[in-house]
Design a protein around this ligand. Sequence first.
Ligand SMILES: C[S@@+](CC[C@H](N)C(=O)[O-])C[C@H]1O[C@@H](n2cnc3c(N)ncnc32)[C@H](O)[C@@H]1O
Length: 722
Amino acid sequence: MSEDFGNVTELSNRDDGFRLSSHFMSKIRVMNRNIRHLPMSTAERLVVRQSSRYNMANTADLQLGAGGRKGLVSTNAAYLTCATGATSPGGVTRVTSVIEQLKLGYVFLLLQMASNKSKGAKSKNQPPKKKQRNDLFIDKKRPTKKDEVLDDVSDGHSEEEEEAGDLLDGDDDDVSEISDEDDAPLADDFLQGSDDNEDSGSGSTSGSGSDSDSDETDIEEKSRAIDEQRAREEKDAQAEMELNIKEESDEFRLPTKEQQRPPDLANLQMRIKEIVRVLSNFKDMRQEGTTRKDYIDQLKIDLGSYYGYNEFLIRVLVDMFPVVELMELIEAFEKPRPTCIRTNTLRTRRRDLANFLSKRGVELDQLSKWSKVGLVVYNSHVPIGATPEYLAGFYYLCALSLYFFYIQSASSFLPVMALAPQEKERVVDMAAAPGGKTTYVAALMKNSGIIYANEISEARLKSLTANLHRMGVTNTIVCNYDGRELPKVLGQNSVDRVITKDPSVKTSKSLDDIQKCAHLQKQLILAAIDMVDANSKSGGYIVYSTCSIMVPENEAVIDYALKKRDVKVVPCGLDFGCPGKPRRFYPLVHNMDGFFVAKLKKMSNAKKNPINSEDLETIVQTQRPENTPIDKDNTEELKQNLKKQGNKWKKESLKKNVLSKNGKVESPPTSKTKKRTETGKVESPLSSKKRKRRFPSKEEISEAREGKRKAMREKRKQGRKE
Ligand SMILES: C[S@@+](CC[C@H](N)C(=O)[O-])C[C@H]1O[C@@H](n2cnc3c(N)ncnc32)[C@H](O)[C@@H]1O
C-alpha cells in the first residue's frame, strides 16, 4: 500500500461551514481559501463533523499521525491534524480529526477517513460478511503483508455502507461537484470488487485463493498477527486522537488577565458568541470556578470594543435585556434602517408620488400595512432629497441621519398617528424642528385649525419654517420658546392636543445625559399636560414619544406624569409594537429605530400634589436605570437641583395643602374621600373650604419629614438585604 498524495477528495466550503462533497472518492481535496491540499492516500473516505469552538493558530500542517503516514501540506490558514489507525483486513482506514479555521470563526472538523484503499479483487474473493464489513470501518491501516492479502480479499462495499456514508458526508448534490475523473476507479468498489488490484496485491499472499488456501495454519497465524497489529494500531490511533482532541479542547475558556490585550475583531466576535452561548446554558457550559458575572463583565468589555459603545450604554443594555435578545438588538442597530418618505397629502397622493419617483429611477414600495402615506426607498439613481417632487413638497424625507438612538425614520410617523389630530383643533408641537411631525399633523388636519410649532433653538427655526413652506403648511404658528414656558405663553388648559418628543439629538449618551434628559422630559410633559384642556370636546390628549430605549426617559417619565397630574394612559391606536399601552418599538422586531410612544388622556384640569420628599426619591430612583451604579457627582448635583426645586414647590404647596401626621400631603378630597363630620354627614367642599385651615407647625413638618426619611432608610436597608 503505497503513499499516494496525488489523490484527493473534495470538500467544499459553504456558508454554513464545510460540507463534504462526496465520499468514496478517489481524491481528497479541501476547497477552502485556507486549505489548498489535503493529501491522502487513494480511496480514503471522509466523514465530517463540525463544531465552532476551536481557536486555532494559523499554521499550515497536515499530519497523518500514529501508525499512519505523515504528510505535510501547504495551507495558508489552517491547522489540520489527521491520525490514521491500523489497516483493516479490508484496507479501510479510519482517520482522525481535522481542525480548521474558517473565515469568521473556528470550525472543528473531525474527519474520519475510512480508507478504501484496496479496490480490487472482488471478483476472486467472497465479500466480507456484514459484521466483518462493519468492522472494517473501525479498522486502521498500515499496510502489512496480511493487509495486502486481505486487501485483495475484501473489495467493494455494501449499500448500507454507502448509506452510512451519505448520512455522514452531507448532500448528494455535492457529489456532482466531483468530476468524473475523480470518481470511479476507487469509489464505491469496496465490496463490489474490482479487478484493478487483482494482480497488484502483495504477491504470494494475495487473497486470490490460490497459494494461501492450501496453508490454513499459516493463514491463522497471519490472521492472528493482523489482529494483534490492528489492536496495537487502534490503541495508538485512539491515544493520538484523544491527545489531539484534548489539545484542542471543546471547552471555551475565558481569557486570563494576561490574555486580555485587544484581540482582533474575528477573535472578539467569536468570543462574544461563545460567551453568549455559555450564558444561555450557564449551568452546563460554564468554566469551573467562574461566575456569571465573570462572563457578563467580559461580554461588556467585548461588546464595547467590538461595537464601539461606551461603557455606560453597554451596561444599561446588558442590564435591560437577556443576552440573546441583546445580541439580536445590537445586530439590528448595526443595520441601517430603510430610508422612508412620507407623502404630503396636502400636495399629492401616495400612488401618484410613487409613479413620479419611479419614473425618475427611484425603487420604492409601500412602507407597510400600518401607514397609508409611507414609502420605503430601496435604491435611487437620483438624490432623494433633491428631486423636483421633494422641492415641491410632495414628500418629507424621514431617514436623514443615522444616529444610534436618535434616528429619524419611519418611527417618526408613529407619534403623530398616535396623536390622531382632528380638523379644526388647536394642537401644539413642543419641540418641532425640523418639522417632521408638524407637517404631518398639518396634513392630517388638512391645514385647518391651528398648530403651534415651538422650537427652542433659533438656528433650527430655519429648517422648520423652510419645511413648513415647502410642504404648503398654512395653519401653523412658529414659536421660539423653551417648551416648559409654553403654558404661560399659550395659556393653561387652552389646547386640544400636544405632542412632545424627546428634545435631545445626541449621538451617544452617558448617565449624565440620560439624567438631564429625563429631568427635562419630566418638566416638558407636565407643561404639555397643563396646556391641554381636559374638557376639550374632541381632544384632551398628550402624546409623549422618544427615540430612546432607556427606561428613565420613557416609562419613568410617564410614571412621573401619572403621579403629578390627573391623566391616564390610553391606547395609542397603533396595533403593533410591544404589548402594553405605551408602545416600545425595537428595530429587530419592527425594522425601525428603538422608539417609545405613550398617549395620555387628561381627565381633569386639576393638578395633583406638588412634589414632596417621597417624590424626590422617586425622581432620583427612576432616573437611574435599574441595577446601574449611579455616578455620585451627577446624582448629588441632580439631587440638589431637585431639592431646590422641590423646596420651592413645597413652599407653594404648604400654602395650599395640609400635611397629614405621617408627613404625606393630603390630596384634595374627591367624592370618594369626602370627609364625614362627627354627625356622619358628608361635608360639602364648600363647608370644608369655609373652615379655617390649620397649617402644621415647623416642628410638625420636620417631625414628619424625619419620620419619612427614617422609613425610607429602613426600606432601602431591607431592599439591600434582599
Ligand atoms: C428630536 S428634535 C424634534 C424632532 C421633531 N419633532 C420632528 O419631528 O422633526 C428635538 C428638538 O427639540 C428642541 N428642544 C430641545 N430642548 C427644548 C425645549 N426645552 N423646548 C423646546 N424645544 C426644545 C431641539 O432644539 C430639537 O430641535
